[in-house]
Design a protein around this ligand. Structure first.
Ligand code: HEM
Length: 413
């Protein structure tokens, strides 16, 4: 265990600027791994917390959801943000047993692999459109804004049964909610009023959808949410809104980031691209490696409900723990040569980017299918691929990846 000090490597957990340089972030996390799997972070403006970077310890904590709860603060926030918050939004991520189980159960079948297969035609259609768009763009584009940004949001619109014309509104709202720390993603200065306004926008928008789906139910996820019963009663408004919000936001920037990060990894590692082209059967493993490599959800928090121990250190009741999926995915005890992007990595599927246990990502299968579809259409067509400038990444400590990814490419016919 290391103690935090001024300008320490452990800034990588609290300082959103450190996320602007992912290579530096990775190197620093690797250095922290050599010092231990658990780090006490005491940073001005933040309640103290423990950063858990050890792969096995993250899994162990997630295996005990009653001892380590998501509530009351499942995402790292500074003291100012916590005290200034005006409107609590209640999503699956904010819930613990027994409420969490009841709410998750409402949609868990809908997200199962067999059920997700019915979206495959739509995913292939979007993948063909993405390649067609690249054909028309003359060999250069910003992959993050032109391809990987729009694709998952189109999928969200489809699963919620929303019209394509709602795309711009959803784009602004999902990026506002998840990109708030990054200066380029804000509508202006972050203020409690702004957060309340974003959530208010969502509230009005989804109130209309709820009324429509209650009047005329369809087979989309919005209908399931609008008409969902919890213990025989309709869901309260805040929880209904929370359900739309978690589906819309959790499925967008996460998947976009994995796609863009995956493409950059192929551009940076031309041997891996060539290998994937020669061996398309490696695609599923390549997608696992992309998801390990990108870990778009950088952390979630847990709160200890009793005195306990983690990696031999005493954790007191009420202590806050930061589960670093990003750092756990490069734990050298689990992944050999962890900073190497290797589509043949034998244990790539031990990545924990989707979390674990009772909160395991509901959209994991869908996200995998989206990446498989896109890369299965794109990779065989790429005659060349390289970066056309320096990519930029979101400066946020929660969910994020590329803001821009300029590429130069040629396509074969
Ligand atoms: C590469 C893409 C994605 C990544 C890396 C990701 C990651 C995560 C993580 C780390 C969690 C929390 C797990 C935990 O606490 O153990 C989560 C939860 C969740 N994700 Fe994803 N996700 C992705 C895509 C999606 C998609 C496409 C959807 C749906 C459209 C989705 C919906 C959800 C929901 C509803 C939850 C809350 C589950 C719960 O609390 O019970 N995610 N995701």
């Amino acid at each position: 265990m290391s103690q935090d000090s001024a300008a320490a490597p452990t800034d990588i957990f609290t300082d959103n600027e450190r996320w602007g340089d992912l290579a530096d972030w990775h190197n620093t996390a690797l250095e922290l791994h050599s010092q231990g799997g658990l780090h006490r972070i005491e940073r001005e403006g933040f309640d103290p917390f423990w950063a858990v970077i050890d792969h096995a310890a993250v899994l162990d904590i997630e295996r005990q959801p009653e001892l380590f709860t998501n509530g009351p603060e499942p995402v790292l926030a500074n003291q100012w943000a916590i005290s200034a918050r005006q409107l609590e939004i209640k999503t699956l991520i904010h819930m613990d047993a027994p409420q969490h189980h009841l709410y998750r159960h409402l949609t868990s079948d809908w997200f199962k692999p067999a059920s997700m297969r019915r979206l495959n035609d739509r995913l292939d259609e979007l993948s063909r459109e993405a390649v067609a768009k690249l054909e028309t763009m003359g060999g250069t584009c910003d992959f993050a804004t032109d391809i990987s940004g729009p694709y998952p949001l189109q999928v969200i619109l489809r699963i919620l049964g929303l019209p394509e014309s709602d795309y711009p509104r959803m784009l602004m709202l999902t990026q506002q909610l998840f990109g708030q720390e990054d200066p380029d993603m804000q509508r202006g200065e972050i203020s409690p009023e702004m957060q309340a306004q974003i959530i208010g926008d969502f509230y009005n928008y989804f109130s209309t959808i709820t009324a429509e789906r209650r009047a005329t139910p369809t087979d989309d996820l919005a209908s399931l949410i609008a008409n969902g019963l919890i213990d025989g009663d309709a869901m309260p408004d805040l929880e209904t809104m929370g359900y739309y919000v978690i589906v819309a936001t959790a499925g967008h920037d996460t998947t976009s980031s994995a796609m863009a990060g995956g493409l950059q990894a192929l551009a940076d590692n031309s041997d891996q691209l060539a290998k994937l082209q020669a061996h398309p059967e490696l695609l599923n493993n390549a997608v696992e490696e992309m998801i390990r490599w990108t870990a778009p959800v950088r952390h979630f928090m847990r709160t200890a409900q009793a005195d306990t121990e983690v990696l031999g250190h005493t954790i007191a009741k009420g202590d806050w723990l930061y589960l670093s999926y990003k750092a756990a995915n490069i734990d050298p005890k689990v992944f050999t040569d962890p900073l190497r992007f290797n589509i043949e990595r034998p244990n790539a599927d031990r990545q924990i980017s989707f979390g674990y246990g009772v909160h395991f990502c509901l959209g994991a299968q869908l996200a995998r299918n989206e990446l498989r579809s896109l890369f299965s259409h794109l990779v065989p067509r790429l005659a060349s691929l390289e970066l056309a400038g320096d990519p930029t990444t979101m400066k946020t400590t929660f969910v994020g990846g590329h803001k821009t990814l300029p590429i130069r490419y040629t396509l074969r016919f």
